[in-house]
Design a protein around this ligand. Sequence first.
Ligand SMILES: [Zn+2]
Length: 486
Amino acid sequence: MSLTLYNTLTRRKEPFTPIDPKNVRMYVCGPTVYDYAHIGNARPVIVFDVLFRLLRHVYGADHVTYVRNITDVDDKINARAAEEGISIRELTERTASQFHEDIAALSILPPTVEPRATEHIDEMKALCEALVAKGHAYVAEGHVLFDVASMPDYGRLSNRSLDEMEAGARVEVAPYKKGPMDFVLWKPSKEGEPGWPSPCGIEGAGRPGWHIECSAMSDRWLWEEVKDKLSNEAKARPHQFDIHGGGIDLTFPHHENEVAQSRCAHGTPVMANVWMHNGFLQVEGEKMSKSLGNFITIHELLKTDKFGGRRWPGEVLRLAMLMTHYRQPIDFTATALEAAEKVLRNWYRLIGDATACGAGDGQSDVQTKLQDDLNTPQAITALHAMADALSNGGDASALARFKSAANLLGLLTMTQSEWLAAWNADAKLDGGEIEARITARLEARKAKNWAESDRIRDELAEMGIQLKDAKDPTTGEFTTTWEVMR
Ligand SMILES: [Zn+2]
């Protein structure tokens, strides 16, 4: 068993060695809850869910702690709540439960802990105090600012030098900043904004900056809450954990600043040993944006016909996403979704209502591919090979092994009956439309237009609808019924 992961910090693929194999610890930046999550937000959630499943499989389900936060204090949240005339709490609660509903449909396992920023204000204030006390932060005009010049290797994660960054900094730098790259740890709250008593002797209410919450929450849940049960080697490396993940757009400034805060507050050589970033997502070859009109939410994909003229089952979205390696940019297209659906339909037909077998005997090719920096495209190829072998005949244990291997990717999590029920609910054709096509086919047959008749039959078969022709024994009339293919 050897797991290798690409580490943004070292810019190479390396063998993964957890600090404590009995307590593997991972943190991933979660959503800011002010609106439906878009399909780009779904990518890190799916990618790190696959990693979570793999780590649980390799190290044991009880030996992995996965923390994914919810950002519930943010300017966008304040603005949206004001716009809708509802309280911030109401907006963040509603949006967080929408998020949970969406990702449950994508077969995402719940993380071990899902901390909310507003429930960790004390930890953030303690970090501000520690950074000021150690000379890494200063107070100016009601703000606490991180002094970037106080950290010699600031920029290491995103691989840029301070000189470069300062040269590129915009001209309008707030006058109270010592250096143009200094960033906010705490800021005063304006009238009507959420606020808490400020740290560092600052008068009046304030609120945290963007980055400090992840430093506070990762340390609380991956160090403070678990330190007593860690191995002695892990105890000797306080305030450090194994893996930190997120989208590539978070590398700078968010993750760079998380590193600066955590390392300087705790005096550690690293915050997390391995930093993993998933690539960008485009939609039909274009950058997704509200102005281009191709902005698409997970909810819309699952529940409306906005994309490709139909609704899509969650597992189809998941498989389509995993067909591209997580570090590559992904082009999200209706064609890819159709291809993914076809694959899943075939696989479900193959497994029927078989159950997974748990650990199985030996390591599957699927697992081997995933252990190579989460190579999901090759893992899917390995699943195809297993499916091909099974379609030539396989016993119950071979079916169970196939299902278990697919489960590692969070695929084939249902039985075929459940899949068909879900598929029927989401199919692009309702019963009326199917009947209309059958009528059109019967008319083609009457006109002896066999090509058209076959075309309609094949088209329906593509959608998983099987036609059954029969002759009424009493009237001699030709009739056609349909059923969902098994
Ligand atoms: Zn974060």
